[in-house]
Design a protein around this ligand. Structure first.
Ligand code: MG
Ligand code: MG
Ligand code: MG
Length: 307
């Protein structure tokens, strides 16, 4: 029976690259594995660019886990997992986020490390298993790490991420990894042609914060001015998303060169923003200097503020 390796909802490049890499590793490492990479829904333009660049096939779309064998990558939160996960058998969790609320009736194998990217965990796993990484897969893993760590600028970036990139670039034959990173972030920054809904949900996660449903999305661009024309539309869209039963929706517009984020705010209680970040939110957005990581600099602050 196939084992589906699957990343979180609104898949990002790490979610997809780590599904492809872990399926590959399992099939080479553990005899009798029938691991199949999967993604929950449409791929982001950045991810499509990365797969094309290194000649990797897009994963199968899987949104329902009922009756399936599952390996979760890049998440362990039910809110980000496929539907009917309670009717699936979870055999693995490979991740780099805070531990989520997924539980299992049976023992499972977990590799969870506080590093900048799931592909960095997978690099350690390939090394542990003594399995060689192919050129193609090394390329997409490298891109995933450059993306998740925002080319090493994010506070989530560790020595292990940088070392993994060095090793993977060698295998993939990438001479200038920062040029590759900029090429990727330029693709990521393009907003023309995308609907407001597409943009809000491109990298969006729902959280349960002390019983309140809170959505936090993020767009990472090489220059915030690229978003000037869509800001009104984005605000309208998150207002709509909030009205669908959420307490708050925040959208981080991250300028990766200025290294900070403008956060659009729609909330039943905007005071949580002041509680979380110490800045008064009077209008529809605030500038958060040096804040680039949702995982490390935004979610924990809000969790405390909502508690
Ligand atoms: Mg991710
Ligand atoms: Mg990740
Ligand atoms: Mg990210």
């Amino acid at each position: 029976m196939a084992l589906y390796v699957i990343g979180h909802k609104n898949p990002d490049t790490d979610s997809v690259a780590s599904a492809i890499a872990f399926a590959d590793l399992l099939n080479k490492w553990k005899k009798g594995s029938e691991a199949v990479p999967a993604a929950q829904g449409k791929l982001a333009p950045e991810t499509e660019f990365v797969l094309k660049k290194f000649g990797c096939k897009a994963p199968e779309i899987v949104e329902d886990a009922a009756g399936k064998k599952i390996a979760l990558v890049d998440h362990s939160d039910l809110a980000q997992a496929p539907a009917n996960l309670d009717k699936a058998e979870i055999l693995y969790v490979i991740d780099h986020h805070k531990l989520g609320d997924v539980t299992t009736p049976n023992p499972l194998e977990m590799w969870v490390m506080p590093v900048g990217c799931t592909c960095t965990v997978l690099k350690a796993m390939y090394d542990f298993a003594g399995v060689k990484i192919s050129k193609k897969i090394a390329g997409i893993m490298l891109c995933a790490i450059l993306s998740d760590t925002v080319m090493f600028k994010s506070v989530t970036c560790t020595k292990a991420d940088k070392q993994a990139c060095k090793d993977l670039a060698k295998i993939a034959g990438v001479k200038k990894m920062m040029d590759l990173g900029m090429e990727m972030f330029t693709v990521k920054s393009a907003v023309t042609g995308a609907s407001m809904k597409d943009l809000v949900f491109r990298d969006y996660k729902d959280f349960n914060m002390s019983g309140k449903k809170v959505g936090i999305g993020q767009l990472e661009v090489i220059d915030l001015s690229l978003l000037d024309k869509v800001k009104d539309g984005l605000f309208e869209e998150i207002t709509k998303v909030k009205s669908e039963g959420r307490h708050s929706v925040f959208l981080l517009l991250t300028d990766i060169m200025k290294e900070g984020s403008e956060m659009l705010i729609v909330s039943d209680d905007p005071k949580v923003v002041e509680k979380a970040f110490g800045v008064k939110a009077t209008g529809r957005s605030v500038w958060l200097d040096k804040v680039m990581s949702r995982k490390k600099q935004v979610v924990p602050n809000f969790e405390k503020a909502f508690a």
